[in-house]
Design a binder for this molecule. Structure first.
Ligand code: MG
Length: 169
């Protein structure tokens, strides 16, 4: 059985914060504002995998109102979400992502980001893709005020590895 999940996230960019994408820190003048470390890509991927399986979303599992998640490592949240997905009998087929931000250019960091996400989702790097888009100087992305991440993930149920009986679903 196959299922697709979609995730999206936006964070404001401010001075004095780290700019993290999929667990990789990029050199930048501004970074993501957030209750957690603000890693917009990790959050979008988290929602994509959880949404595909119907297990909730990042806001319900790790609410920003809970002090436990203050400055949380978003890749740890992603690994924890993936653990739930895996326990439910699912594996990632592929993940495709778009990151919209004006600066810096993503290309030099793309492979590191792919490797980081691949490690967290226990797949090979060729099952993960990430591309950067600018806002062409327009809107909050183009003005450098925000970063937006989009993720679409295809998951497959592993019925041969102890997952729930498909006939009951
Ligand atoms: Mg977020």
């Amino acid at each position: 059985m196959l299922r697709a999940g979609l995730g999206q996230d936006v964070h404001r960019l401010v001075k004095g914060r780290r700019f993290l994408l999929g667990g990789v820190e990029l050199p930048a003048r501004k970074g993501e504002l957030g209750h957690s470390d603000g890693d917009a890509l990790a959050h979008a991927v988290c929602d994509a995998i959880l949404g595909a399986v119907g297990l909730g979303d990042i806001g319900s599992l790790f609410p920003p109102s809970d002090p436990a998640w203050k400055d949380a490592d978003s890749m740890a949240l992603l690994r924890s979400a993936f653990e739930m997905v895996k326990q439910a009998g699912w594996r990632v087929v592929n993940l495709d992502c778009v990151v919209c931000c004006e600066k810096p250019k993503l290309l030099p960091y793309r492979d590191s980001i792919r490797q980081s996400l691949a490690k967290a989702l226990e797949v090979s790097t060729d099952q993960i893709f990430v591309k950067g888009k600018t806002g062409e100087g327009l809107g909050p992305v183009g003005k450098g005020k925000t970063v937006e991440a989009l993720a679409v993930c295809l998951l497959e149920k592993q019925t041969d590895k102890g997952g729930p009986d498909e006939t009951k679903n």
